[in-house]
Design a protein around this ligand. Structure first.
Ligand SMILES: C[S@@+](CC[C@H](N)C(=O)[O-])C[C@H]1O[C@@H](n2cnc3c(N)ncnc32)[C@H](O)[C@@H]1O
Length: 361
C-alpha cells in the first residue's frame, strides 16, 4: 500500500533529512485518510517498493520549491535559504498540494528517481592515479599512460571529469586548482602514488539506462530535486559539478551497461590505459546484466596487453558484519598485470574517504 511505502521511505531518510521524513510521515497519514496526497499520487497506487513513490513525491515538491513555484513551502527548505518549522510545515505543504495537485501528479508519474554524486570523483581521482602508475610500472614505461575512461551507470556524467576538480587536501590542491568545482575530499591518508603527476584523460564516455542531460535546466532541476533539501553542502557540490560539466561537456549515451561496454571494448587501444568505472550501480543492475557485464570484461581482460592495458575501478557498497551497515570500497583490478587491490573505504557519497591499500581477492 502506498502509505506504507511512504513510511518505509520516511524511515530510510530519518538519519539524513528530518525535513523529508516529516513530509513523508504527514503525507502517509494524508494518503490513509484519502486527502489531497491521494490525488497527487493518482495512478501510482500500485507502485512497488523499487520505484520509491515517496521519494518521487518529495522530489516533486522540492522541484517546485527550486523553481520558485511554491513560495508557501520554500521558507522550510534550506536549499533555497529557508529553515524547517516543523509546527507549520505540513499546513504549508497542503497549500501547495491543493494549488498544484495536477502539476505535482504529472511530475510524480513522469519521474524516475535519479541521483548523481560528484563527491565520488575524489576516490576516482586517486584510483586513476594509482592505476596509471601501476600500469606504467608493469609495462616498464617511465611515463604514465593517458586514460580512456568508460563509465557505466553515469547518470548525468558528473564524475566524468575527475581531473578537472580542485581537491583541497591539508593545505595542498590537487587536480585543477582553477576549477569552478572545489572539493574537500575528507581524506585520511593518501593514495599510494604521487598525485602531482599529470593525469591525462584523452577519451571519456558514459552510458546509463536513464541519462540526465545536465546541460539543460530540466536536467539540473531533476538531479537537484533528489538531493535531500536539508543537505546544503551536498546541494552546493552538485551545483558546482554541473557548472563544471557545462564548461566541459561529455555525452552520456542511453544504453544498458553490458551492451555499451561490449561496443566500447571491442578493440583494445594501444598506448592508453582503458579504465571501466562504476559507482553505486551494481545493486541496480539485473542479474542478467551483471553476468553479461562480467563476461564482457573477462573477454576484454584476456585481450589486454602491457601496451594496451585494462583496469576496472569500482566504488560500491558492501554489507559489513554490523547489522544493516554498509561500507563503500574502492577496488582496482588491472590486466594483464593481474593486480587486484582494495584501495580504501569511504562514505556513500565518496567523502570522507580513508586510503588503505590491501590485496583484494
Ligand atoms: C545511484 S545512481 C549512481 C549514479 C552515478 N554512478 C554516481 O555515482 O553518482 C545508479 C545509476 O545506475 C544506472 N543503472 C542501473 N542499472 C543500469 C544498467 N544495467 N545499465 C546502465 N545503467 C544502469 C541508473 O539509471 C542510475 O543512473
Amino acid at each position: 500500500m502506498l502509505a506504507e511505502l511512504f513510511l518505509d521511505a520516511s524511515r530510510a531518510c530519518e538519519a539524513h533529512s528530518p525535513l523529508t521524513r516529516a513530509l513523508l510521515v504527514a503525507a502517509a497519514e494524508d494518503l490513509a485518510r484519502g486527502g489531497v496526497t491521494a490525488r497527487v499520487m493518482a495512478g501510482a497506487e500500485c507502485d512497488r517498493h523499487g520505484t520509491v513513490p515517496g521519494l518521487r513525491f518529495a522530489g516533486a515538491l522540492h522541484r517546485l520549491v527550486l523553481e520558485g513555484r511554491a513560495p508557501a513551502l520554500a521558507r522550510h527548505y534550506p536549499t533555497v535559504g529557508g529553515e524547517p518549522d516543523f509546527a507549520t510545515l505540513w499546513d504549508d505543504a497542503l497549500t501547495v498540494l491543493h494549488e498544484q495537485a495536477d502539476e505535482l501528479r504529472a511530475l510524480v508519474t513522469s519521474t524516475v528517481v535519479q541521483t548523481n554524486e560528484p563527491g565520488r570523483s575524489a576516490p576516482l581521482f586517486g584510483g586513476l592515479h594509482t592505476a596509471t602508475h601501476l600500469a606504467a610500472d608493469e609495462a616498464g614505461r617511465r611515463a604514465r599512460f593517458p586514460v580512456r575512461l568508460l563509465e557505466v551507470g553515469a547518470s548525468g556524467g558528473l564524475n566524468l571529469r575527475p581531473h578537472r576538480v580542485a581537491y583541497r587536501v591539508d593545505g595542498e590542491v590537487f587536480g585543477d586548482p582553477g576549477s569552478p568545482f572545489a572539493l574537500d575530499p575528507g581524506w585520511t591518508g593518501r593514495p599510494p602514488v604521487d598525485l602531482r603527476h599529470d593525469l591525462r584523460l584523452v577519451r571519456r564516455a558514459g552510458c546509463d539506462l536513464d541519462p540526465v542531460d545536465v546541460s539543460t535546466e530540466d536536467g539540473r532541476l531533476h538531479l537537484s530535486s533528489f538531493v535531500w533539501a536539508d543537505q546544503v553542502n551536498r546541494f552546493a557540490r552538485l551545483q558546482a559539478a554541473i557548472d563544471l560539466a557545462r564548461l566541459d561537456p561529455v555525452p552520456v549515451r542511453r544504453a544498458t551497461g553490458p551492451e555499451w561496454l561490449a561496443e566500447q571494448l571491442a578493440q583494445p587501444e594501444r598506448d592508453v590505459l582503458t579504465v571501466v568505472w562504476h559507482s553505486v550501480v551494481w545493486q541496480y543492475a539485473s542479474p542478467a546484466d551483471r553476468a553479461m557485464g562480467r563476461a564482457i570484461l573477462a573477454d576484454a581482460a584476456a585481450r589486454a596487453t602491457p601496451v594496451a592495458p585494462l583496469a576496472l575501478l569500482v566504488y560500491e557498497p558492501r554489507r559489513t558484519h554490523a547489522a544493516g551497515a554498509y561500507e563503500f570500497r574502492l577496488l582496482l583490478k588491472l590486466w594483464p598485470a593481474g593486480i587486484s587491490l582494495r584501495l580504501g573505504t569511504g562514505a556513500g557519497h565518496g567523502v570522507p574517504f580513508t586510503w588503505d591499500t590491501a590485496p583484494w581477492d
